[in-house]
Design a protein around this ligand. Sequence first.
Ligand SMILES: Cc1cc2nc3c(=O)[nH]c(=O)nc-3n(C[C@H](O)[C@H](O)[C@H](O)COP(=O)(O)OP(=O)(O)OC[C@H]3O[C@@H](n4cnc5c(N)ncnc54)[C@H](O)[C@@H]3O)c2cc1C
Length: 444
Amino acid sequence: MRWKALNLQSWGRTCSDSCLATRPERVSEAISSLADVDASGLLAHGAGTSYGDVGLNPGGRVLLTQRLNRLLAFDPETGEVVAEPGVTIADLLRVFPPRGYTIPVSPGTAFVTLGGAVANDVHGKNHEGAGSFCNHVRWLDLLLPSGEIVRAGPDQRPALFQATAGGVGLTGVILAVCLRLVKTQSNGMRVDERRIADLDGFLAALEEAEPGAHSVGWIDALSGGRALGRGILQVGRVAAEPAPPPSGRTRSLPIDLPGFALNPLTVAAFNALYWRRVPVGGRQRLLAYETFSYPLDALLQWNRLYGRRGFHQFQCVVPTAEGPTALRRLLEEASRARAASFLAVLKRLGDGRAGFLSFPRAGYTLAMDFPHRSGTLALLGRLEWIVRDHGGRLYLAKDSAMSPEGFAEMYPELDPFRAVLAEVDPNGRMTSALARRLKLRGTA
Ligand SMILES: Cc1cc2nc3c(=O)[nH]c(=O)nc-3n(C[C@H](O)[C@H](O)[C@H](O)COP(=O)(O)OP(=O)(O)OC[C@H]3O[C@@H](n4cnc5c(N)ncnc54)[C@H](O)[C@@H]3O)c2cc1C
């Protein structure tokens, strides 16, 4: 196999990776690449939309999956599609909605690959009703570090499936995914938008939205005092009528903005405008699923907004009963730090999860972006403590700063995960920057 020196960067651009990369065109080439793997280890890499170091293997080898992007089979009776790991959610959305099927769960970008969606067991705005991505996976074919290819699913090698769903690429390379699509009436979403005055108002409004809806809240993370937690709630429901298709037009941010461009003043001004974009009495719109679900995908490379030094995303989930206190403490800490987060998102999660290290659990999830500056890592450390205090957890797909102790405390199914790794990869051939930072394999 051909390996080339490559510098990969995380989506948040705070982690980078000088590695040897190969980009197989066929599954057979992916299989033969295993023969070259030495002690520096291997990691699969999808679309690279994870914010932190979960998809990087500095000093080691990386297998880029984006050209393994064929649809292999589709059963129109059951809605089951079988696809290679580099197929993206955008690819599926181009093909299946006109045939009456759509994806059951999607994160906030359609650029993710199926391999990446499985390895982080991603969730969407409909998590309470639909569960996580791997709740809809019937089986997957996995290239184990030994070179053997095995099929795993909830009914077939369930422990291996649970270790691979949300298993951040450490059990091997996913070669195919069988995903159950869901029937859909139209591409349209009827979206209700309204202003919410404060955190208590937000929690009450999220509680009211039915679990089957797609609900997401934007929070003005700079506001404090009585306006702490003010924002806009969007609740989308599948519409019977079609919506105008998305224009498909994208723009690209051609340069890195200077580091000082996003500061508390500019972000406060943006937040005030964004808050006013929804009228006082609220509004309802008919939007295409893609327009509602992927607002950031219209601006390619939007991560350059944060300048060359990049940014961190902090995403936690806290149990429902802890929500009011924990979220208040987190928002107060962020607001006090004036750390200029203009992307802050609040959602409810249900119980649905498929893997030992899956992120979701019933409760509230809060995500905030912070530009990388002096003091940001200390702020992230304080936020981690608050989450630990309330029995919550941080999301590996977004993380770049969690402590190994915090990780072990937050993920109680780490032992069964490690037991599967010890069986399928006793020599630690699969590895990543995140796995080493968080001591994911334990001390052995
Ligand atoms: C704008 C934006 C919005 C987002 N919104 C959400 C959201 O709402 N919900 C959510 O859950 N996430 C969200 N994310 C995070 C994103 O969905 C996840 O990080 C996703 O896993 C990234 O997939 P990827 O293809 O980019 O994989 P990468 O980032 O390249 O890799 C992610 C992990 O998958 C592993 N992997 C990739 N391919 C394979 C394979 N073939 N075999 C084995 N392992 C593999 C990698 O080793 C790595 O551990 C968002 C990200 C962005 C940029």
